[in-house]
Design a binder for this molecule. Structure first.
Ligand SMILES: [Fe+2]
Length: 379
């Protein structure tokens, strides 16, 4: 058995933490992309997202087109500009396709704005109410790392498909889901020596606390060096691990990300499933590509993690990784970057009690990433 068992507890940095910014969950993630129409089809066909709402020329929006997709509690918005110039084009030029908005579902978007700006957040969008025949949504927003922003969404008085400005989108093609349920966590990559600053931001401006675990130690190896800390809101529904590069023998995946994204940004979004074997099988059949660890990983994994409910064979076949902490175990798997730039990827995770993030898999994983980096000539 491994001796590096992971223990986790929430360290309250400030006592009123949970009170001044109650977050009900992630409302949506918005990506700025070069071609939202085609990206939408990718997330439908490969990932099993369902069409929900649309905004664009047909709805009177002459500036941009947005497709809203949903799978259980996960909402994805894909946005492309319709004209030259402007902030969306500039964002895509600089970063490639990537996450612009991590929207947080709140009861009171005005108060969320006041409380965070008062504590030092940089304003992105002053509170505004938007209305249509289905009611009212109140939005406000603040900046976080890089050019990423948090939009606070108050939708308690809204009954439409998504929000005013959007119409229901109901295309003929509606492929089957893949069993993805909710966003488990979302990881940000920030620049050299910036992890502390952004953890501080989440603690003092957003009222988050640090999830203390052995994961937050320096996880540099011979292969890839990085530092990581996990910040969580009071009710644990929002978890943001923050990575920064660390000095290593080779160029780390974090540096590669920062180079191609031209700065800090969302590195990966972890999507939870209740049945990772079925979910990953479907995703692979539909063309989603995952990182593979060598099959020797499975020779010793049970010595490390102990007994699990699943048969090892299908896990091995699909390349699903296993890790354990004091509270249980987890199954996880990472995609290759889903864009041409080696920037954003997804994680699929099934928790069976464990509350940590798979530290025991880092070494095997980094070796797999290193092989991919070598192919890209960016190691
Ligand atoms: Fe993760």
């Amino acid at each position: 058995m491994s001796t590096d068992s992971t223990s986790l507890k929430l360290k309250k940095e400030i006592e009123e933490a949970a009170d001044f910014l109650p977050l009900l969950g992630t409302d949506y993630i918005e990506l700025y992309v070069g071609n939202a129409k085609q990206s939408a089809l990718y997330y439908q066909a490969a990932w099993g997202f369902q069409p929900l709402a649309f905004s664009g020329l047909e709805t009177g929006n002459k500036q941009s087109a947005s497709y809203v997709l949903v799978q259980d509690k996960i909402r994805l918005v894909l946005t492309s500009p319709l004209k030259e110039g402007g902030p969306i084009n500039r964002h895509i030029d600089k970063h490639g396709d990537g996450v612009k908005v991590v929207a947080l579902w709140v009861d009171d978007a005005r108060k969320s704005y006041q409380e965070t700006v008062k504590r030092g957040a940089r304003s992105y969008m002053e509170p505004k109410s938007i209305e249509d025949e289905n009611g009212e949504v109140v939005l406000s927003g603040i900046h976080t790392y890089g050019e990423t922003v948090h939009v606070f969404v108050e939708r308690k008085n809204y009954h439409g498909a998504f929000m005013p400005g959007f119409k229901p989108w109901n295309p003929a093609y509606q492929p089957e889901g893949t069993g993805l349920k909710y966003i488990d966590h979302m990881v940000g990559n920030v620049g050299w020596n910036e992890m502390g600053k952004w953890c501080e931001f989440y603690a003092h401006v957003m009222g988050f606390a640090q999830l203390v675990s052995f994961d937050d130690k320096d996880i540099s190896t011979d292969y890839t060096a990085l530092m990581s800390k996990v910040m969580s809101n009071g009710n644990g529904r929002i978890k943001f691990p923050i990575n920064e590069p660390a000095e290593g023998k080779k160029k780390s995946q974090i540096e590669e990300y920062i180079e191609f994204y031209n700065g800090a940004g969302v590195q990966h979004v972890a999507l939870a499933t209740d049945n990772i074997i079925e979910t990953v099988k479907k995703l692979q059949q539909r063309g989603v590509e995952f990182l593979k660890v060598p099959s020797t990983y499975y020779d010793t994994v049970l010595d490390r993690v102990g007994q699990i409910d699943e048969d090892l064979e299908p896990l091995k076949e699909l390349g699903i990784l296993i890790d354990r902490d004091d509270e249980g175990y987890l199954l996880q798997l990472f995609t290759k970057p889903v864009l041409d730039r080696p920037t954003m990827f997804f994680e699929i995770i099934q928790r069976k009690g464990a509350k940590s993030f798979g530290k025991g898999n880092f070494k095997a994983l980094f070796e797999a990433i290193e092989r991919e980096q070598k192919l890209r000539g960016t190691l």
